[in-house]
Write a protein that binds this ligand. Structure first.
Ligand SMILES: [Zn+2]
Length: 120
């Protein structure tokens, strides 16, 4: 099965959004424990933590966005942001790289983890 790639910023955004939903689901779950105030409080706190966590992740995206390099996607012509050595266009998922040595190679997110893919 082919792995689906998407822009890192979009991925983190999806994660933050799902964290908010998880937080609300956990808090909603607490309602079923009305007879046990302690359990309900724990559920509410966990839900609150997930929502606070997502706020932190949103802040983190903001920080990452300022560090990301803005480029114009050669495929769709829209300005997008590249995080790390390789990333995908936020609009059309075109693989983009800032490293000339990786140009023309098959897209592989592992290039972000390796020190220098060219020395291989
Ligand atoms: Zn594009």
């Amino acid at each position: 099965m082919a792995k689906k790639y998407s822009s890192k910023i979009n991925k983190i955004r999806t994660f933050a959004l799902s964290l908010i939903f998880i937080g609300f689901i956990i808090m909603y779950g607490g309602i079923f424990f009305r007879e046990h105030p302690i359990v309900m409080t724990i559920f509410m706190l966990l839900g609150l933590l997930a929502i606070i966590g997502s706020t932190v992740v949103y802040f983190w995206i903001g920080m990452l966005s300022t560090k990301a390099v803005q480029v114009v996607c050669p495929n769709c012509g829209k300005p997008t942001k590249v995080l790390g050595r390789v990333d995908m266009c936020m609009y059309c998922n075109e693989p983009l790289t800032l490293d000339k040595g990786l140009e023309g190679k098959d897209f592989n997110e592992d290039y972000n983890k390796k020190g220098d893919a060219r020395s291989k």
